[in-house]
Design a protein around this ligand. Structure first.
Ligand code: ADP
Ligand code: TRP
Length: 321
């Protein structure tokens, strides 16, 4: 099965991103033919700082490789290294009714938040359709906010196919319904916008401990049994534990021998341990950015070949000489 995902590089990754998006993606590469790219053309719709966009693109590549994207199994590239997608974007624009884009939730939300409406923001879903249709994607794993974009992609592909024959594969989205929302240090959804996130790559164990210490907990005095249900520290720790580990931790809560401080320390150890290998890989890639560039350039070459082959069929179909 050909599966494609686009990543918006938006800065430091947190534990919510990891369990909600990256871990499921990394697991997919074991069983599916995975295509993953950093959507920097899409980021241009909201970026104002060239240096920052470059930095975020490279950082995202380093982070994803460190956390387990395996370039031997997955085609991994930067969107703008395969500009063929922009040609398809233009062709698809002809099959995109204005009304379809006008109904876009994501566009309307962004404008409501004060982002200036411009054509790139408006036609964002057409570029996303080109991303998806170019390599004959079958499945697109997305968060709920992106479902509509995949539906638009299908609508555009159907219109094209009706006119020119069965050129495009119709993609389907996959949404993990039972994926938990990871809580932040205040118990609300962890998000970089709410200042409640625990980042995956903290500078030091000490800083990580400081962050864990800020997790809001109740004020049961030491010596009394603690309630693990509804405890944010427990909920976060549980992400890193198997059934046996969770049982053990529950017993520790019930025993009354330990206070929240102990569990915050335990959580810090779990997080630090979980990402130990990724941290090492990250340090390695940071010192060897040329290796990262090579990986991205190999991925782009693979994707260019696929894109050129597909574009010849499309050009022929629509009558471009
Ligand atoms: P943020 O809310 O920090 O801005 P993004 O919107 O950039 O995060 O999310 C990137 C990906 O990570 C999305 O697929 C989203 O579903 C997932 N994700 C983000 N926060 C969480 C969370 N708290 N729990 C589960 N998944 C999350
Ligand atoms: N719009 C997606 C997001 O904001 C990123 C993206 C761009 C994408 N092109 C894609 C996702 C193609 C899936 C498929 O998260």
């Amino acid at each position: 099965m050909r599966v494609l995902t686009g990543i918006q590089a938006s800065g430091k990754l947190h534990i919510g991103n990891y369990f909600g998006a990256m871990k499921p993606m990394i697991e997919l590469q074991e069983s599916e033919e995975l295509f993953t790219f950093i959507a920097n053309y899409h980021s241009l719709t909201t970026s104002k700082d060239a240096q920052l966009l470059k930095q975020l693109t490279l950082d995202a590549a380093v982070d994803y490789l460190s956390l387990g994207i395996n370039p031997e199994k997955t085609t991994f590239w930067v969107q703008s290294d395969v500009p063929q997608v922009l040609e398809l974007y233009w062709i698809l624009s002809k099959f995109t009714p204005m009304g379809l884009l006008e109904r876009g939730h994501s566009y309307k939300d962004k404008v409501a938040k004060g982002i200036t409406a411009n054509h790139a923001l408006f036609s964002y879903p057409v570029l996303m359709a080109a991303d998806i249709l170019l390599p004959d994607t079958q499945k697109v794993p997305v968060g709920k906010d992106q479902i509509q974009h995949v539906e638009m992609t299908r609508d555009i592909a159907i219109k094209f196919n009706n006119e020119y024959g069965d050129i495009f594969t119709l993609p389907e989205y996959i949404v993990e319904e039972n994926l938990a929302t990871i809580p932040g240090i205040d118990g609300q959804k962890m998000s970089k916008s709410y200042d409640n996130a625990i980042d995956i790559f903290m500078e030091s164990e000490k800083k990580l401990q400081k962050r864990c210490n800020k997790i809001i907990s109740s004020s049961t005095p030491l010596g009394e049994p603690l309630e693990y249900e509804g405890c944010h520290i427990y909920n976060l720790a549980a992400l890193f534990l198997d059934e046996e580990g969770k049982q053990e931790l529950q017993e520790r809560y019930k025993s009354g021998n330990e206070g929240y401080g102990h569990f915050k320390k335990y959580l810090k150890e779990l997080i630090w341990e979980e990402f130990a290998e990724a941290r090492e890989k990250r340090a390695y890639y940071m010192d060897n950015l040329d290796i990262v560039q090579d990986i991205l350039s190999d991925g782009a070459k693979k994707m260019q070949k696929i894109s050129n082959d597909k574009m010849s069929v499309i050009r022929e179909a629509v009558g471009l000489l």
